[in-house]
Design a protein around this ligand. Structure first.
Ligand code: HEM
Length: 459
């Protein structure tokens, strides 16, 4: 077996750089080794390859269940539990996808549109003009409400508020490199009291679990099979033996959707707000495109706007929220990009490095939505949501939410970045988000409020 090269610096140094500056680590390795390299430090595997070549990625995604399989995801398992779709393999994984996919597509998605706009307007209208705020915090509040209210149909109340607060604390804890290190250094996972990183993380998890189990008990006792939300759908599901999901299984799937679904989308929207205000000409173009729809446009018409779509895509290109796909493992000896791979070799699609290829995206460090209007990219050239058998099931919801939240904010509010400094990407657990959270000042309401008016709604 021949292995692609790996960076030559000592492993411990590589690991620290990968935790603190994952983009720098990848850029550096790409410069030296190109489209495919071995990076064992990422997952403590001797053969762990990162691929950023479209042909290689096509082979990886289209032969997902032939030569490769997707092993259970150890890192995420810590957060989401072993019954999560992230950790399931083979047939059980396929069945779970079948169950979870439909509510994220088609008519069901369409029904979420107005609520997303109303929620956005409701949360933004609480900000006082002149105040400075972290765009990331405000948008995260919107995206968690979307999951709790729209996807799970949890009613506003004490449990809802507590769950929202604790989930936000849990995800925010990953902004600290120390807590993020827990994911990479198992020996740090020791409960040395509430002030130690693992102790803190563990206590938050326990409180969230209690709330979710209380919600599960209540929903089971008031079970209404006509509910269209995912919670009801999961409660109604039966396996091949006619068995329903246990409380633990239900819990793991709910926490998965909470973790995967709100943090990622909030990061993407806050990056979009940053770019649009960093380059005011982009904001102007977006506003004139929105204006062309007239007053109170339909969410679906907003979703289809070409320039808005290009801005959302470019946002996910330049700093993808997930830098890597989940790993695929070789289950039959296979050749990939001239290398003969042994059983057990792990291969990751490197989303970030592919999105930075000069041959696909000239001047890749520049934010330029027009590139998505001038050229169509294949799913192996642009893949912020991964691909193949593990492709993100929340993609349609995330894109819908991203565009509607952005359109509602831009149409209704005048805002500015607090200063002109460049915002740099920073690790947040297994994702990467704007460092410092994008600080903005609310200047005031735009003349005519046009999207997501809450006066006609009960939300
Ligand atoms: C901008 C927002 C989002 C981004 C960038 C994103 C990105 C990703 C990526 C890269 C993967 C791994 C795909 C692969 O390895 O091939 C993934 C998987 C997944 N995502 Fe997302 N995601 C987003 C939003 C969401 C939302 C809103 C939900 C649900 C509410 C969600 C649920 C999931 C789930 C359940 C999986 C695992 C799929 C499986 O293992 O079969 N994601 N996502």
């Amino acid at each position: 077996m021949n292995l692609p090269d790996s960076p030559k610096t000592p492993d411990w140094l590589q690991k620290i750089q990968y935790i603190i500056d994952p983009l720098g680590y990848m850029d550096n390795a790409y410069q030296h080794y190109g489209d495919i390299f071995n990076a064992p430090i990422i997952g403590n595997y001797q053969r762990l390859l990162l691929v950023s070549n479209p042909e290689g990625l096509q082979q990886l995604f289209t032969r997902d269940s032939k030569e490769f399989y997707t092993p259970s995801n150890g890192l995420l398992q810590l957060v989401v539990g072993d019954n999560s779709i992230f950790c399931l393999e083979s047939d059980r994984h396929k069945r779970e996808r079948k169950l979870l996919m439909p509510p994220f597509h088609g008519d069901r998605m369409r029904a979420y549109g107005q609520t997303i706009c109303h929620l956005t307007e409701g949360i933004f209208s609480q900000l006082t003009p002149g105040t400075t705020f972290s765009a990331r915090n405000v948008v995260q509040s919107i995206s968690i409400e979307v999951i709790l209210k729209v996807v799970f149909a949890i009613h506003q109340g004490e449990r809802f508020q507590k769950l929202k607060q604790l989930m936000t604390e849990l995800m925010d804890s990953f902004a600290s490199p120390l807590v993020s290190s827990l994911l990479f250094f198992p020996f740090l996972r020791k409960d040395l009291g509430a002030w130690s990183p693992w102790g803190y993380f563990h206590r938050l998890q326990q409180q969230i679990d209690q709330l979710l189990y209380a919600e599960i008990r209540e929903r089971r006792s008031q079970y209404d099979p006509s509910g269209k939300d995912i919670f009801t759908l999961l409660m109604s599901a039966r396996d091949e033996n006619g068995e329903e999901m246990s409380d633990k299984e239900l819990h793991d799937e709910l926490i998965t959707l909470l973790v995967a679904g709100h943090e990622t989308t909030a990061t993407a929207i806050s990056w979009a707000l940053y770019w649009v205000h960093k380059q005011p000409e982009i904001r102007e173009k977006l506003l004139s495109e929105l204006d062309s729809l007239g007053d109170s446009p339909e969410p679906m018409s907003i979703f289809k706007l070409p320039y808005l779509t290009a801005v959302a895509n470019e946002t996910l290109r330049i700093y993808p929220v997930a830098l890597l796909t989940v790993p695929r493992e070789v289950k039959e000896p296979v050749e990939l990009m001239g290398y003969q791979l042994e059983l057990g070799t792990r291969v990751y699609g490197c989303i970030y490095l592919t999105h930075q290829r000069e041959d696909l995206y000239p001047n890749p460090k520049e934010f330029k939505p027009e590139r998505f209007l001038e050229r169509q990219y294949t799913p192996y050239e642009f893949f912020p949501f991964g691909g193949g058998a593990r492709r993100c099931i929340g993609e349609a919801l995330a894109m819908y939410e991203m565009k509607l939240v952005l359109a509602t904010i831009l149409a209704n509010y005048q805002m500015e970045l607090v200063d002109n400094r460049d915002v740099k990407p920073q690790r947040r657990g297994v994702t990467v988000a704007p460092g410092g959270g994008v600080n903005m000042v609310l200047k005031g309401r735009r003349q005519n409020q046009r999207v997501g008016d809450t006066s006609s709604s009960s939300v």
